[in-house]
Design a protein around this ligand. Structure first.
Ligand code: C2E
Ligand code: MG
Ligand code: MG
Ligand code: MG
Length: 279
């Protein structure tokens, strides 16, 4: 081993790589069967309007309970699903499940709750994506207006002309569109203004230290102003403290999402949150 060879860094480097590759392959293989084994579920995190403290939407976040163990992190397995192409069938399941849940909430009387669904690069660039969304809306009976699709800033800017065309198709279905992780990619403002979107999501990396770091506060404030001038709603992600909320309110941010209000939770727990807050 590396130790015996006097800490041969090349050998320990390759061992490290091998371990990483093995881990990746194990996850990919597990993910291949995750759907049929019913290991996937969606959790829902409330989005709260600052002005009236009401939940007006949720974000669906994928959870994978692997071999009966704890949840693996989507930050780890979504890239693997993306790379392997498994995101296509999994993404279809996510979209259908989220729309069915949103429809169920509409029927149950929680009739102002928007369902935001994360869309990965490969899904968004798939030639049949708009068709899939249209079919899913039709089959689940969800009013399009209650569906919001989130694409990240980097995906949106990757081929911006093509993005505009796809976003227009999607927008014509009557749903809403938002730009996720805003501020972490390279946005061209001339493209941003042409995107038919309704919302910007300020990335949580800026919100995290905005109370102590004046640069992060300045960036957050600027994104909010940018959103306002483009007539977009702005939501801040990763809000964990009352101090962050107060500052966001001062900056005139529209909505917040974060552990301060709730972690992402299973549908039944979300319903409890909705019931309590609506009394
Ligand atoms: P994202 O779309 O930006 O989602 C926000 C992430 O921040 C979620 O992590 C959420 O649990 C976490 N979060 C929310 N509030 C707080 C907070 O106050 N503090 C902190 N520290 N974190 C908070 P999660 O669920 O682990 O997902 C990570 C990323 O994985 C997502 O980032 C998204 O890019 C991707 N992802 C998750 N679910 C899906 C999905 O269904 N489809 C696709 N394509 N990607 C997904
Ligand atoms: Mg909303
Ligand atoms: Mg998101
Ligand atoms: Mg985000």
């Amino acid at each position: 081993n590396a130790q015996k060879l006097g800490g041969n860094t090349f050998q320990s480097y390759t061992q490290d790589m091998n371990a990483k590759v093995a881990h990746w392959l194990a996850l990919e293989n597990g993910l291949r069967y995750a759907l049929e084994r019913n290991e996937l579920e969606l959790h829902y995190q409330p989005q709260v309007v600052i002005a009236n403290n009401q939940i007006n939407g949720v974000e669906a976040l994928l959870r994978w309970r692997r071999d009966g163990q704890n949840f693996s992190s989507p930050a780890e397995f979504i890239p693997i699903a993306e790379e392997s192409g498994l995101i296509i069938p999994i993404g279809e399941w996510i979209l259908r499940t989220a729309c069915l849940q949103a429809k169920a909430w509409q029927t149950a009387g929680f009739n102002h709750i928007t369902m935001a669904v994360n869309i990965s690069a490969r899904q968004f660039q798939h030639p049949e994506f708009t068709k899939l969304v249209a079919t899913t809306l039709q089959q689940t009976g969800l009013e399009p207006h209650f569906l919001e699709l989130e694409i990240t800033e980097s995906v949106a800017m990757h081929d911006a002309e093509k993005t505009i065309a796809t976003l227009i198709e999607l927008r014509n279905l009557g749903l809403q569109l938002s730009i996720d992780d805003f501020g972490t990619g390279y946005s061209s403002l001339s493209y941003l203004k042409r995107f038919p979107i309704s919302k910007l999501k300020v990335d949580q990396s800026f919100v995290r230290n905005m109370v102590s770091d004046t640069n992060d506060a300045a960036i957050t404030k600027t994104v909010i102003l940018l959103g306002q001038s483009l007539n977009l709603k702005v939501i801040a992600e990763g809000v964990e403290t009352a101090e962050q909320l107060a500052l966001l309110k001062q900056f005139d941010c529209d909505e917040v999402q974060g552990y301060f209000f709730s972690k992402p939770v299973p549908a039944r727990d979300l319903e409890k949150l909705l019931s309590v807050r609506e009394i």
